[in-house]
Ligand binder design. Sequence first.
Ligand code: URP
Ligand code: ZN
Ligand code: ZN
Length: 503
Amino acid sequence: MPRERAAFASVRIFASPTILQGSRSVVSTGGRIEHGKRAMTQTTLIANGTVVTAEGEFAGDVLIEGEKIVAVGRIAPPEGTRVVDAEGCFVLPGLIDNHTHLSMPFMGMMSSDDYDTGTRAAAAGGVTCLVDFAIQREPDNLRSALEQWRGRADGAAHVDYGFHMAITNASEPVLEEMTAMSDAGICSFKLFMAYKGELMARDDALAACMERARDLDALIMVHAENGDIIDLLVKRAIAHGEVSAIHHALTRPEFVEAEATGRAARIAEHIGTSLFVVHVTCAAAAAEIEAAQQRGAAVSGETCVQYLINTIDDLRRPGVEGCRYICSPPLRDAANHERLWGYVQRGVLESISTDHCPFTDEQKARGLENFSLVPNGLALIQHRLPKLWDEGVMAGRIAHSQLVDLTSTTIARRFGLNAKGALAPGKDADVVVLDPAAPRPYGVATSFMNVDYDLYEGETASASVRHTFSRGTLVYDRGEIMTEPGHGRFVRRTLRPAHRAEL
Ligand code: URP
Ligand code: ZN
Ligand code: ZN
């Protein structure tokens, strides 16, 4: 018997093959489930939980056959069904993290989670799909980047994954190749407006990529900071001996993010392309997105969990501890938290991701004498759901359904993950069972992330992930990873409407 059945203390096998059409509505694919075929396929009922969707919640069950959800409602389990008792728990669509950097070569180093460790941590945090960034390294070629990133992920991941393509040199062949990328399931392209000398793209490249993306029904994403101004401020700070971690944040003030956000939005609006601004940190930048939306531009954005919780003061911690909090754009002052929540609540910022980009203490310590050498990025992929549960739901800032929308449903729609992001018949059976009465400490001891510290060590989450199912397979079960590397698959994404599919 697979390990997953043994893992459930409360597995029950039922003989009744009926789906009850009771007072609560039961939806099923085509109304009929063919029992003859089921012998070959694992059928699982996640029973008695509170099922949460982006629209609302209800007491009910989720029926999974093979890799798909086949029914949601009040369901009597068909014969041979494995029943997972979710009494007292919330049953959510698997979270999607659309902003991660696993095995990312960056600032002369490699981020410390690979696709094995990073997706274990993802599953432990209720994440069943992530969209990582492949990064162009050859001047005239995107294909080699996609091959490189797929080479790292294929056969290694525990949950499903897709890629955005980050364009660092928008040469003519590269603009041409965006079509092939789109055909290969890469329908979002990112440009970094910062990291001068390494990843930064200038406005002409941004505009050219936007034109191509518009014609391909693809999405442009931007890291919005003014890289030229940052470069100037960093050089000045280093020359004045201002080298500690806090100076990373002080050389990237809010206005450089707000200016770049507004600039990208104006260019996108003029060209008529859809724009998604990643990791919005402050009200000043969010206001630029809202203004663009009010003008009717197709501009949207996300924030990340750390910008709602951590502050610039974390960079004042002594030694390498301060370096752990170096990311770009930087953490801001606490006054931004409530204002960012406001933008989230109004839907101006439509989703919350992590920008997971972990580096170990040894890697971070490279910049102890010079902040500009510290690899940028935070280790967070496992902590998004419990943190948003406590800081969002329990704090009364968002409802259960908003949590689902912000971490799964809207992300699936925005990034063309058409089989994901919802608990509905026909969707991939990516399901999380969250136990609100099972506290779990944060810390290295309970973390699957490949870093030797935990940003929230010593704190305890009030709720914890009990089970994570990816396409019907139990990947995470109360502290244990149940799958082998390679369960996770590459997901082709498309934003092309059906009526343009043949173009
Ligand atoms: O500091 C960060 N955010 N590191 C990852 C790369 C990026 O800018 O997203
Ligand atoms: Zn970025
Ligand atoms: Zn990032």
